[in-house]
Design a protein around this ligand. Structure first.
Ligand SMILES: Nc1nc2c(c(=O)[nH]1)N[C@H]1C(S)=C(S)[C@@H](COP(=O)(O)O)O[C@H]1N2
Ligand SMILES: [Mo]
Length: 341
């Protein structure tokens, strides 16, 4: 593979497009479907979209394994195919990690269980992290990158972590990782490496810009002050969006206003509250029980009585603890201004 003389970055497959590429996500009031259509699913590519054929694709598993292996696409497809419905959420810009991006979808992935594939290579007991490499390369925020390289703890290798080759019942589109990608349900999308070509098992975290410089949050104490420690952007924090009513709508006083939306968290949401007065008071909404990794619908029936502007809010509580903060974090409360007429 030739090197780019200017950046020193090792070139790989053709990138089309090259460079940062994303799709403008649905707005919350457009998230009316439980399952997000593939054409509406978020797209986030830091370095471009590598074009790889199934014939050319290989996955190498190395590092702390007894038997390093390289698989082709046919071998990947020979594993039992597992389907997972899951929330798929972008953590937002790594350059502005505290700004809520609400790039969220709920989709069905299918592919091989990562645990089954890793077993081929016989991981050693000392392995604690998997480093996952994508085939994309180039520069992000003027930092040269040989590959999109992320990591995750092997303690999180649950049965639903997949090397997916299907999205919503069809082959992955190129921008979603064709022909095969990692999917770690319950973790932010940034960890689900697309165009997966290498997994290296290691005793420590990866040292790429995507695991050190970016995608690490300051740890906060109980008063919300930074402790100085940093935490990888892995597990999805409790979050929710209001789908109805749409922002800036008019609701007639004395009529029923159904406040509906979606709530999710790594581990599920056990309580959802709605405020119709800008956060002054909160009422429990009806909330669907968690089902696997999918988002959970909620509904609160409200009959407004006072005319004038109103602000609706929803607040999710995680089953494993945690609640959405008012502001200043990626999972901050979603506010919807409306008018009661
Ligand atoms: N190889 C590679 N994988 C990647 C990325 C990338 O830039 N390169 N972006 C990540 C980010 S930040 C997100 S949010 C998800 C988005 O997945 P999607 O574009 O298929 O929706 O892919 C992740 N996997
Ligand atoms: Mo992302």
């Amino acid at each position: 593979m030739p090197d780019d003389a200017e950046t020193g970055v090792t070139a790989g497959p053709v990138l089309d497009p090259a460079g940062f590429f994303r799709r403008i996500p649905l707005l919350p009031h457009q998230m009316t479907s439980r399952r997000t259509a593939t054409s509406d699913v978020i797209v986030l590519c830091h370095l471009g979209v590598p074009r790889i054929t199934t014939d050319a694709w290989r996955l190498t598993i190395d590092g702390l394994v007894a038997r390093p292996v390289t698989l082709d696409f046919e071998r990947l497809k020979s594993f039992p195919k597992v389907s997972i419905e899951t929330v798929h959420q972008c953590a937002g810009s790594p350059l502005q990690p505290e700004v809520p991006a609400r790039r969220i979808s709920n989709v069905v992935w299918a592919g091989a269980r990562l645990a089954d594939v890793l077993a081929l290579a016989q991981p050693q007991p000392a392995a604690r992290f998997a480093w996952s490499y994508g085939a994309d390369y180039g520069a992000f925020d003027n930092v040269p990158c040989d590959a999109y390289l992320k990591d995750f703890p092997l303690s999180r290798l649950t049965e639903d972590v997949l090397i997916a080759h299907e999205l919503n019942g069809a082959a992955l589109p190129p921008e979603h990782g064709y022909p095969a990608r990692l999917v770690i349900p319950g973790f932010y999308g940034t960890n689900s490496v697309k165009w997966l070509t290498r997994l290296t098992l290691a005793a420590e975290r990866a040292d790429s810009a995507f695991t050190t410089r970016w995608y690490n949050d300051p740890e906060l104490d109980e008063g919300g002050q930074p402790t100085g420690a940093r935490r990888p952007v892995w597990s999805i924090a409790p979050e929710s969006v209001i789908v109805t009513p749409a922002p800036d709508g008019q609701i007639a006083a004395g009529t029923l206003c159904a406040v509906t939306g979606w709530a999710w968290a790594d581990g599920g949401v056990d309580r959802l509250e709605v405020s119709c007065d800008g956060g002054a008071s909160w009422q429990p909404a009806a909330l669907e029980a968690p089902s696997g990794r999918a988002w959970q619908g909620f509904r609160y029936d409200w009959i407004p009585t006072t005319k004038g502007p109103a602000t609706l809010m929803a607040r999710a509580h995680g089953r494993r603890g945690g609640v959405q903060p008012q502001c200043g974090r990626r999972n901050a409360i979603h506010c919807v201004p409306i008018a009661i007429v």
